[in-house]
Design a protein around this ligand. Structure first.
Ligand code: HEC
Ligand code: HEC
Ligand code: HEC
Ligand code: HEC
Ligand code: HEC
Ligand code: HEC
Ligand code: HEC
Ligand code: HEC
Ligand code: HEC
Ligand code: HEC
Length: 313
C-alpha cells in the first residue's frame, strides 16, 4: 500500500467515525430480520385474525402457495406459519386496530433483510444455495425485486413480470442481442433466460447454471456437440462454446462471433500469432476462394471420432 493510499484510507476512517449518528443508525435497515422477530407465541394472533381487515392480501395468499406453511409448519412455532411467517408477530397490530408501526412492513426493509426472511425457508433448495453471494443481492436486488407475494403478474412462481421482460427491466443491454438476425428465441418464448442463468445466483461466473467453460450449459440442449470426441477441437473444451459463438445473439449466421468463417478460424490458426497454441493453417491454404470456407473440408468443427483434422464426424 502506498503512502497516499494510507492517508486517504485514514481520512475515510475518520470521516466515517465522525459522521452524524443518524446516518449510521438506521438500525431497522442494518440489523438482520431475526432482530425484528420474536419466538414468543403470546405475541402472535394467527392468520385467521388478519382476514377481516386485509381482504385483498388474504385472497392472494389463499391463491398462492404460502398457506401451506400453516400445514407444513404446524410442529414449529407460530413465527413459521401464515401471514406472520413474513410479517412477524401481529397481536399488537390487531389489538390496536391496525397500528402500522406494530407490524413488519417488508417493503420498508432493505433487500438483504427481506431476503433473509425468505431464505430462512427457501435456502435449503439447491437453486437458492448461493443467493447471498450473488451479484443480485450484492447490488440490492432481493427476492421481492422479482417476486410479488400479493400482486404477482404471473401466478406461477409469483413473478413480478414474465421473463424476459422481468429481466429486461434492468438488463437493457441484453435486449438488442435477442433481436439480432441470429439469436436464441427467448423473445419468442421458446426458451428463457433461466434456461442458461440462475436468477438466484450460482457458484459460476455470470450466474450460469452449469460450467460454461466446458460448455455444459449449452450441452443440455445441444447434445450432439457435447462429445467426448476421440479428436476434440481444443477451444470447445478450454474457452467453451463462447470461443466462437455469442450466446445471446449475433448479426452473423449461427450466432458466430465473426462475420466470415475464415476470419473466425484464422484468429487462432494463424502462423503470425506466435502466442497461439493452435497450429497455423498449412501454406497450401493460400486464401484462394476455395480455402475460405474452412468448414467445407473441416466439417466436424466441434470434434470428430474419426479424423484428427475434422474432415468427418
Ligand atoms: C382491525 C383491522 C386489522 C386487523 C385485524 C389487521 N390489520 Fe393490518 N392493518 C390494518 C390497518 C387499518 C392498516 C393500515 C392501513 C393500510 O395501510 O392498509 C394495516 C396495515 C398493515 C400492514 C402494513 C401495510 C403497509 O402499507 O405497509 C401490514 C403488513 C399488515 N397490516 C398486516 C397484518 C397482519 C399480518 C394481520 C394479522 C396478524 C393484520 N394486519 C391484522 C388493519 C388491520
Ligand atoms: C411469503 C411472505 C408473505 C406472506 C406469507 C404474507 N405476506 Fe404480506 N407482504 C409480503 C411482502 C414481501 C410485502 C411487501 C410488498 C412488496 O414488496 O411487493 C407484503 C405486503 C403486505 C401488505 C401491504 C400491502 C402493500 O400494498 O404493500 C399487507 C397489508 C400484507 N402484506 C398483509 C398480509 C396478510 C394479511 C397476510 C396473510 C394473509 C400476508 N400479508 C402474508 C410478504 C408476505
Ligand atoms: C415460513 C416459510 C416461508 C417463508 C418465510 C417464505 N416462503 Fe415462499 N414458500 C414456502 C412454501 C412452504 C412454499 C410452497 C412450496 C411448495 O409447494 O413446494 C413456498 C413457495 C414459494 C414460491 C413458489 C411459488 C410457486 O408458484 O411455486 C415462491 C416464488 C416463494 N415461495 C417466494 C417467497 C418469497 C419471495 C419470500 C419472502 C418474501 C418467501 N417465499 C418466504 C415457505 C416460505
Ligand atoms: C432476478 C430475479 C429473481 C430474484 C432476485 C429471485 N428470484 Fe426466485 N425466481 C425467479 C424466476 C425467473 C423464477 C422462475 C424460473 C426458475 O425457476 O428459475 C424463480 C423461481 C423461484 C421459485 C420457484 C422455483 C423453485 O426453485 O422452487 C422460488 C421458490 C423462488 N424463486 C424463490 C426466491 C427467493 C426466496 C428469492 C430470494 C432469496 C428469489 N426467488 C429471488 C427470479 C428471481
Ligand atoms: C443460451 C444460453 C443463454 C441465454 C438463453 C441467456 N444467456 Fe445471458 N449469458 C450466457 C452466457 C454463456 C454468458 C457469458 C458470456 C461470455 O462469457 O461471453 C451470458 C452473459 C450474460 C450477462 C453478463 C454479460 C453481459 O452481456 O452483460 C448478462 C447480464 C446476461 N447474460 C443476461 C441474460 C438475460 C437477461 C437473458 C434473457 C433475456 C439471458 N442472459 C439469456 C448465456 C445465455
Ligand atoms: C431489479 C433489477 C434486476 C432485475 C429485475 C434482474 N437483474 Fe440481473 N442483475 C441486476 C444487477 C444490478 C446486477 C449486477 C450488476 C451487473 O452485473 O449488471 C445483475 C447481475 C446479473 C447477472 C450477472 C452478470 C455478470 O456479469 O456476472 C446475470 C446473468 C443476471 N443479472 C441475469 C438476470 C436474469 C436472467 C434476470 C431475470 C430473471 C435478471 N437478471 C433480473 C439487476 C437486475
Ligand atoms: C434450452 C435449450 C438451449 C440451450 C441451453 C442452448 N441452446 Fe442453442 N439453440 C436452442 C434451440 C432450440 C436452437 C435452434 C432453434 C432456434 O432458432 O431457436 C438453438 C440454436 C443454436 C445455434 C445455431 C443457430 C443457427 O442459426 O444454426 C447455436 C450456434 C447455438 N444454439 C449455440 C448455443 C450455445 C453456445 C449455448 C450455450 C451458451 C446454447 N446454444 C444453449 C436451444 C438451446
Ligand atoms: C472453434 C469454433 C467453435 C466452437 C468452440 C464451437 N462452435 Fe458451434 N459452430 C462453429 C461453426 C463454424 C459453426 C457453423 C457450422 C456450419 O455452418 O455448418 C457452428 C455451428 C453450431 C451449431 C449449428 C449447426 C449445428 O452443427 O448444429 C450449433 C448448435 C453449435 N455450433 C453449437 C455449439 C456449442 C453448443 C458449442 C460448445 C459445446 C460450440 N458450438 C462450440 C464453431 C464453433
Ligand atoms: C479460439 C481459438 C480457435 C479457433 C477460433 C479455432 N481453432 Fe482450431 N484449434 C485450436 C486449438 C488450440 C487447436 C489444437 C491444437 C493442438 O492440439 O495442438 C485446434 C485444432 C484444430 C485442427 C486440428 C489440427 C491438428 O493438427 O490437430 C483443425 C483442422 C482446426 N483446429 C480447424 C479450425 C477451423 C476450421 C476453425 C474455424 C471454424 C478453427 N479451427 C477455429 C484453436 C482454435
Ligand atoms: C479444400 C479443403 C480445405 C479447406 C477449405 C480448408 N482446409 Fe485446412 N486442411 C485441409 C487439408 C487437406 C489439410 C491437411 C490434412 C492433413 O495433413 O492430414 C488441412 C489441415 C489444416 C490444419 C492442420 C494444420 C496442422 O499443422 O496440423 C489446420 C489448422 C487447418 N487446415 C485450418 C484451416 C482453416 C483455418 C481453413 C479456412 C481458412 C481451412 N483449413 C480450410 C483442407 C482444407
Amino acid at each position: 500500500m502506498g503512502k497516499t493510499d494510507t492517508i486517504v484510507r485514514t481520512a475515510i476512517c475518520l470521516a466515517v467515525l465522525f459522521l452524524p449518528g443518524t446516518l449510521l443508525a438506521d438500525k431497522s435497515k442494518k440489523e438482520g430480520y431475526s432482530a425484528l422477530q420474536s419466538a414468543d407465541p403470546s405475541l402472535y394472533s394467527g392468520t385467521e385474525s388478519c382476514r377481516a381487515c386485509h381482504k385483498e392480501e388474504v385472497a392472494a395468499y389463499d391463491r398462492g402457495p404460502h398457506w401451506r406453511t400453516e400445514e407444513s409448519n404446524k410442529h414449529k412455532g407460530p413465527q413459521w406459519q401464515g401471514c406472520e411467517a413474513c410479517h412477524g408477530p401481529g397481536k399488537a397490530h390487531v389489538d390496536s386496530d391496525g397500528d402500522v408501526s406494530k407490524i413488519i412492513r417488508l417493503k420498508n426493509l432493505s433487500a438483504k433483510q427481506a431476503s433473509e426472511r425468505c431464505l430462512a425457508c427457501h435456502e435449503k433448495s439447491e437453486k437458492h444455495a448461493n443467493f447471498v453471494g450473488s451479484a443480485h443481492l450484492a447490488n440490492g436486488v432481493g427476492c421481492t425485486s422479482c417476486h410479488s407475494i400479493h400482486t404477482p403478474k404471473v401466478q406461477h412462481d409469483l413473478l413480478q413480470a414474465a421473463q424476459p421482460s422481468l429481466c429486461y427491466q434492468c438488463h437493457r443491454t441484453a435486449e438488442p442481442d435477442f433481436s439480432k438476425p441470429s439469436h436464441h428465441r427467448v423473445n419468442e418464448g421458446l426458451m428463457s433466460c433461466s434456461d442458461c442463468h440462475n436468477p438466484h445466483g450460482s457458484f459460476l461466473p455470470h450466474n450460469l447454471n452449469a460450467n460454461y467453460t466446458q460448455g455444459q450449459v449449452c450441452m443440455k440442449c445441444h447434445v450432439d456437440t457435447a462429445g467426448p470426441f476421440v479428436f476434440e477441437h481444443a477451444p470447445t473444451k478450454e474457452q467453451g462454446c463462447v470461443a466462437c459463438h455469442s450466446p445471446h445473439g449475433s448479426t452473423n449466421p449461427h450466432l458466430l462471433t465473426r462475420p466470415t468463417i475464415n476470419q473466425l478460424c484464422l484468429e487462432c490458426h494463424s502462423t503470425i500469432l506466435a502466442k497461439s497454441i493452435a497450429p497455423g493453417a498449412p501454406t497450401f491454404h493460400n486464401q484462394a476462394v476455395k480455402y475460405q470456407q474452412c468448414i467445407l473440408c473441416h466439417v466436424a468443427i466441434h470434434g470428430s471420432n474419426t479424423d484428427p483434422t475434422f474432415f468427418k464426424r
